[in-house]
Design a protein around this ligand. Structure first.
Ligand code: FES
Length: 120
């Protein structure tokens, strides 16, 4: 699947200044909604969808281990790998790579399919 880089912030420092530690912001990029989370370990990007019931992960909290915890059933996800850490489910959250370039902080996402490629 083709992937593209999307600019989110003017720099990594700007992102860290705008997102308090243990907090997040959301972005809509095409059909995708993502969260960018700031913890003591750095910045992480993931799909704003809990793999359990597709509820927005952005409504959750960051726990003391630096994992994002879904507000509904409290499943927690590792921000680097997306792995579900309570052992209650086997599906992981989708995580996306972030990259700092000279002109900003970018996230890499799979390209949206053009409408004529959707199948019913
Ligand atoms: S919807 Fe997220 S843990 Fe159930």
């Amino acid at each position: 699947m083709k992937k593209s880089w999307h600019k989110l912030f003017e720099s990594e420092a700007a992102a860290k200044a705008q997102i308090p530690i243990n907090d997040l912001v959301t972005f809509r990029l095409g059909f995708k909604k993502i969260c960018v989370v700031h913890t003591e370990a750095g910045l992480f990007a993931l799909e704003d969808a809990c793999p359990h019931k597709m509820i927005a992960l952005s409504k959750g909290k960051i726990n003391e281990k630096g994992q994002i915890v879904c507000f509904w059933h409290q499943y927690s996800f590792d921000l680097q790998t997306g792995k579900e850490m309570t052992g209650k489910i086997i599906r992981n959250a989708k995580v996306y790579p972030l990259k700092t370039r000279e002109d900003g902080l970018y996230v890499q996402l799979p390209d949206d399919k053009p409408k004529d490629e959707f199948s019913f």
